[in-house]
Write a protein that binds this ligand. Sequence first.
Ligand code: FES
Length: 122
Amino acid sequence: MCDRWAGFQWHAMEKQSNKFEVILPLASMAEESRHIHIRADGEAIALFRHAGELFALGNRCVHRGGSIGDGEVKERTVTCPMHEWIFSLDDGRCIDNPEMGLRRYPVTVEDGIIKVNIENAQ
Ligand code: FES
């Protein structure tokens, strides 16, 4: 994980049910921020706060495994840092190749805690 994540305050990541996984307090995600959450099973989720909304995508690029969470975010898209494929934050689809895409996880905020629905990834 690169240094820019170091400023985030980590909280205990607990699995509350089979459906939702607690990621971190909403207050830890300032405007235009990001976070990579490594799940217990080794999967990684890239969480973005962009334009006042939260988006959770699979962190592993479908091309050659680049870290999506390290990509440039703009205009509701994220660009993979390895070969610059661009993905929609809204649905995870690759802009230039829409039949390919990243997993997208529904995100909710309850009592100031960000939760990601890990069972209903699309
Ligand atoms: S690994 Fe993401 S574009 Fe190649």
